[in-house]
Design a protein around this ligand. Structure first.
Ligand SMILES: NC(=O)c1ccc[n+]([C@@H]2O[C@H](COP(=O)([O-])OP(=O)(O)OC[C@H]3O[C@@H](n4cnc5c(N)ncnc54)[C@H](OP(=O)(O)O)[C@@H]3O)[C@@H](O)[C@H]2O)c1
Length: 223
């Protein structure tokens, strides 16, 4: 496993699968992680077939973290703390943690955000990711349904935040390599509650407009 590779903890779900294929199509070496190495390998093979790639591989979550430079967390928020704590020994210097989780609760009227003492999933998780590991939030508002339709252009923005400017720039560069996706720097970890709230909002918008592919594009600023 190359140190420059991108790993996804819980990469077997819709969000992880979609990101894995988009990143593989952009030329990255991608590792799909799972609690079950077998499931990870089967998923990776199926994703390569779907995306027309050969650079997605599967392994257990611990192996994926140990072997990847960029580690994306794509498990449900409810299991995020336990998952990260269980893997923390594998977060060695030089890695970058990328949080994709959103603390959603689905209620009758639509999704709402679970209230957390730190104000966001990212701030909550920052406390448990080992201190020396840069923490970046990204890809939180991209709908899995669209990501998985790998031949449909994304044509949207993704909001990227974090306290470590250099790690944030690296993650933005990764996002920029995905065709028609534009990374937008939204500042430090303080942006997390707004970005996570935007995910709840876009799900509500999708319900109203009977879509599964609504996403954000900031107009009138940059290109
Ligand atoms: N779906 C979307 O459109 C979307 C959009 C933006 C952000 N997100 C965020 O992205 C994350 C993943 O979303 P998703 O829809 O792909 O989630 P998901 O399908 O519910 O879960 C993803 C993977 O997490 C692993 N997992 C499930 N329960 C676990 C547990 N108790 N402990 C450890 N691992 C567990 C499973 O992998 P294994 O069983 O193989 O280990 C599963 O395939 C979530 O935090 C979500 O808020 C999702």
């Amino acid at each position: 496993m190359s140190q420059e590779s991108i790993g996804l903890i819980g990469g077997t779900g819709p969000q992880g699968r979609g990101l894995a294929m988009r990143l593989a199509q952009a030329g990255f070496r991608v590792w799909v992680g799972s609690r079950s190495p077998e499931r990870a390998k089967e998923t990776a093979a199926s994703l390569n077939t779907q995306a027309g790639t050969t650079n997605i591989e599967g392994a257990g979550n611990a192996e994926v973290v140990a072997g990847s430079k960029y580690v994306l967390l794509t498990v449900p928020f409810d299991s995020a703390v336990q998952t990260v704590e269980g893997l923390s020994g594998h977060f060695t210097a030089g890695k970058v943690f990328v949080d994709v989780t959103v603390p959603l609760r689905f209620e009758k009227g639509g999704p709402t955000i679970v209230e957390l003492p730190e104000g966001s999933a990212s701030a909550h998780l920052r406390r448990i990711v080992p201190e020396g590991i840069p923490f970046v939030g990204a890809f939180k508002t991209l709908p899995a349904h669209l990501l998985e339709h790998v031949y449909t252009p994304l044509e949207c923005d993704t909001f990227v935040f974090g306290d470590d400017e250099s790690a944030k720039a690296e993650v933005m560069e990764i996002a920029r390599r995905i065709p028609t996706l534009r990374p937008v720097d939204v500042g430090d970890l303080g942006a997390a509650p707004f970005v996570e709230g935007m995910t709840a909002l876009v799900i509500r918008i999708n319900r109203t407009l009977k879509s599964r592919e609504g996403r954000y594009r900031i107009v009138g600023a940059g290109s």
